[in-house]
Write a protein that binds this ligand. Structure first.
Ligand code: C2E
Ligand code: CA
Ligand code: CA
Length: 851
């Protein structure tokens, strides 16, 4: 469309103007038609009569414009035929140009370009007609039938050429799409008009006044055709109107209704652009605009109008309608057509029962003739119906629905449904914006993760977990400064974006967050404690990437967690290194398990009254060749996290049962030797644990009642229900359970009653304070009393001296374990130990250098 438009502008129009000039010059000099006599039938009609014919023809055509049917029968061809016979070619051309020019100037005032191209097209057609006529009539007697044929051929060719030229110039006359029909009709009309003209000439030649009568069929035909045509057009409009009303009405929502309205409007007026502007009830709000063009549609959306369009809309709301033609824009609307990128425009008011609701606007491209008052009337009628249609509260309602829905969808896409906080997408967007080059403040990303949230979620149920997350979200919001952006990134991860000038500001926020979440929550009458670890990463605008910043804050958070939870840490590049090291260590542990590098050492546990070894605690060791023998503290927690601990646990249990059984058999007096084996948290939550333990006991022939499995409170608390089930299953097997490191975790004495435990192991720090530490003495004393009242045995761990051994014994501990009695030993060491009678003995090298 556009390229064609440009071709018309660059090539066709100049070419036509040149053709016009040539035709005029040549015609007047008669050099082209020089050999012809001035006129075949001179004196029959004066030149001004011809000029009048052409004037009428042009008025008629211009009025008819794109209405294909109307241009079918015009006086134009009659004028050509008359001219060919009655006047000289130069006079014909002159009469035509003069008549048409007067008509065009009267109708197209102010649009010289259109006048010139139309005149050029006409001149071209006439020149061609004259050439055809002279070429054919030269073959014989132009006064006879040959002249008739020549005249008919000339008129048809000339009309077709003029029609084509006009269409190619892109101005007036039939829309290109209908060119073929238009040409056929033009040719047919041309033949009809020419024949009548020929008949008139024949009659006139004989001085017959009846020639005048020929005007009657011509005029009546033209009038009938015109009446028929306008009626048909009305019908067509009615049909279009009805059709469009129905589709607009049937459209499911306002948006589709408006889209339908625009499409129908465009079709109705062959318009390039259709636009609906709906006014909001709140005058401060932006109007809703929807457009449709050949290139596509734009749904109803809120948009502020360009000032000139806004002015036009205001004007139309007052006046009802407005026709804006190219080069004739009212002064106050100068630039409107440029704004709309159309050649002309019609605007009408859309009114409902309660007054003006908006404006319907159409714009023409120029490939179709410009809009007329008729079009304006048509659009007014149309808008009248459409206005009522989109009125009826339905509009207002749908409008608010549309806007609200959009707002809702936008909100949903960017917010977390549970807490209403911004989600990861929005957060990442905000972070990216905060570190754009040119921003002044440093962006700080605080990454929060709740410690032990999973435990709560699993043990208390998801509804409690959800309620807790909501409560956490509210506290996070309350802890940040106005302008900071809190977000929930997913699961139990929250984040805050803060713009800071000094890093301490972010640390203060982190500290507030940690403390805010420290306070217990009350959810469904239940007091719940969660704690949080916060990682902080800073990004200078222009130098950091949003992703990187988030990742760094995550790494720092992880580091805070590693470093003992409930605290905050700022990111340092080495942290990434630590993360990598962890990954490498994880891989190394897996390899170690596969290669059988995990072995077991044993530490004796003695009966404090007899000082006899009654049990051995199996402790995992990793013989990591080049690194030496590694203590479990360096790999058990990570293995537990990575899920490798189940495999390690099985290895330790199988190996130690086999070994302990062998010692029972080979050392007299140790037939009842007890074996204690540690269970990592993940093992305790392995639903297959009891089955696996039973299998190993069967395989190794180790008696279940000689096996003690040590669990920790934190292991149980990860998911108390699951842990309890496993513990009961183990109990069923005949296995005994001990609570390890009692006093170090968030110990709760209640657990002692709730869980099926037989033994309590008092953690080393309490023993370490003995025999002098008074408080430690009190603590151990209290524990022992409690345990005894519950029927539990008590093992004191970490006894390093005779004084400590005596102290715990005096406090009522039944058993003791520690370097004083023996360090963890390998197989050979234990064998030697069990065989010796003298106690205490230290046979193996201490592990302190690797622990
Ligand atoms: P734990 O169960 O409390 O084991 C006792 C730890 O205290 C052992 O460290 C032992 O070497 C050390 N220890 C014993 N007596 C003394 C003493 O008098 N003074 C001092 N300073 N330390 C003493 P180890 O072998 O490094 O084990 C550390 C922890 O790793 C164990 O603590 C246990 O929780 C865990 N662990 C060890 N082996 C395994 C295993 O096979 N499975 C699981 N799940 N955890 C294990
Ligand atoms: Ca233990
Ligand atoms: Ca312990």
């Amino acid at each position: 469309m556009q390229t064609r438009g440009r071709t018309a502008e660059r090539v066709v129009r100049p070419a036509l103007v040149v053709a016009l000039a040539v035709a005029v010059v040549a015609g007047f000099q008669q050099s082209l038609f020089g050999h012809l006599p001035d006129a075949l039938e001179p004196g029959l009609a004066p030149i001004w009569v011809l000029a009048l014919v052409f004037l009428g023809a042009e008025l008629y055509v211009v009025h008819a414009e794109s209405r294909t049917e109307l241009i079918a029968l015009t006086p134009h061809d009659a004028g050509i035929v008359l001219g060919l016979f009655l006047v000289a070619p130069s006079e014909l051309l002159f009469a035509q140009l003069a008549g048409a020019a007067v008509a065009l100037l009267a109708l197209r005032h102010g649009r010289p370009r259109l006048v010139v191209t139309r005149l050029a097209s006409l001149a071209l057609g006439t020149t061609v007609a004259v050439l055809v006529f002279t070429s054919i009539s030269r073959l014989g007697d132009p006064a006879g039938p040959l002249g008739w044929v020549a005249a008919l051929a000339a008129a048809v060719t000339g009309t077709v050429v003029a029609t084509l030229a006009s269409a190619a110039a892109g101005d007036a006359l039939p829309a290109r799409e209908r060119l073929r029909t238009a040409l056929a009709l033009a040719a047919a009309g041309s033949v009809a008009a020419s024949s009548i003209a020929l008949a008139a000439i024949a009659l006139a030649r004989n001085g017959d006044v009846a020639a005048i009568l020929l005007l009657v069929p011509f005029v009546s035909c033209a009038v009938a055709l015109r009446a028929y045509s306008s009626e048909r057009r009305r019908l067509e409009h009615m049909r279009a109107l009805y059709h469009s009303m129905r589709s607009v009405q049937r459209a499911p929502g306002l948006e589709t209704g408006v889209a339908e309205l625009l499409a129908e409007t465009r079709r109705l007026l062959e318009a390039e652009l259709a636009m609906v502007i709906l006014l909001p009830s709140d005058p401060a709000a932006a109007p809703l605009v929807a457009t449709a063009t050949a290139r596509g549609e734009q749904e109803l959306h809120a948009a502020y109008l360009a000032p000139v369009l806004d002015g036009a809309v205001r004007l139309v709301l007052g006046s009802g309608s407005l026709l804006v033609l190219a080069d004739r824009e009212p002064a106050e609307l100068r630039g409107l057509l440029a704004e709309l990128a159309t050649k002309d425009a019609l605007l009408v008011r859309l009114s409902g029962d309660s007054g003006a609701r908006g404006v319907l606007l159409v714009g023409g491209s120029g490939s179709v003739p410009e809009f007329t008052e008729d079009d304006l009337r048509l659009l007014e009628t149309y808008a009248g119906h459409a206005g009522v249609l989109i009125e009826n509260d339905r509009l207002e309602q749908s409008l608010t629905e549309v806007t609200e829905l959009k707002e809702q969808l936008r909100h949903q896409a960017y917010h977390d449904a549970l807490t209403g906080l911004p989600n990861r997408v929005l957060f990442a967007e905000r972070v990216a914006r905060a570190i754009r080059p040119g921003e002044e403040a440093t962006a700080a990303v605080l990454f929060l993760d709740l410690d032990d949230f999973k435990t709560i979620n699993d043990s208390l149920g998801h509804h409690v977990g959800d309620a807790l997350l909501v409560a956490v979200a509210r506290r996070v919001e309350a802890a940040v400064r106005p302008g900071d952006v809190p977000a929930r990134l997913g699961g139990d991860e929250f984040a805050v974006l803060a713009r800071v000038v000094v890093t301490e500001e972010a640390e203060r926020i982190a500290d507030r967050l940690v403390r805010a979440l420290e306070e217990p929550f009350v959810i469904e009458d239940r007091e719940i404690s969660v704690h949080t670890s916060v990682g902080i990463a800073f990004g200078e605008p222009g130098s950091a990437l949003a992703d990187e910043l988030l990742r760094n804050a995550d790494v720092a958070m992880y580091d805070a967690k590693r470093g003992g939870k409930r605290r905050y840490t700022s990111y340092e590049p080495e942290m990434h290194l630590r993360v990598r090291e962890r990954q490498e260590l994880g891989a190394a542990i897996e390899r170690a398990v596969a290669r059988g590098e995990i072995g077991v050492h044993y530490q004796p546990i003695v009966d404090l009254s007899t000082r006899r070894v009654v049990a051995l605690e199996a402790l995992a060791r990793w013989d990591r060749r080049e690194h030496g023998l590694l203590a479990p503290t360096s790999f058990v927690p990570l293995a537990d996290e990575l899920g490798i601990m189940l495999e390690i646990g099985r290895t330790v249990l199988r190996e130690s049962c086999r070994q302990a059984r062998a010692w029972q058999v080979s050392f007299p007096g140790h037939e009842d030797l007890t074996l204690t084996v540690n269970l990592a948290p993940s093992e305790l939550h392995n639903p297959q644990l009891a089955t696996e333990v039973a299998t190993i006991l069967l395989e190794t022939g180790f008696a279940p009642d000689r096996l003690v499995l040590e669990i920790t409170e934190s292991g149980v608390m990860r998911s108390p229900e699951e842990a309890l089930r496993t513990m009961l299953e183990l109990r069923e097997l005949g296995v005994t359970l001990a609570l390890d490191d009692f006093g170090t975790g968030h110990s709760s004495l209640a657990h002692l009653r709730e869980f099926p435990i037989d033994t309590l192991k008092i953690a080393r720090p309490f023993v370490a304070g003995l025999p002098d530490g008074e408080l430690d003495g009190v603590f151990v004393d209290a524990i022992v009393r409690l345990a005894t009242s519950l029927g539990l045995e008590v093992v004191a761990e970490g006894i390093e001296s005779a004084g400590q051994a005596d102290a715990v014994a005096a406090l009522g501990c039944t058993h003791g374990q520690g370097f004083y009695f023996g360090e963890p030993l390998g197989e050979l060491g234990v064998s030697a130990y069990l065989g010796s009678r003298t106690l205490p003995v230290i046979l193996s090298h201490p592990l302190s250098h690797v622990a």
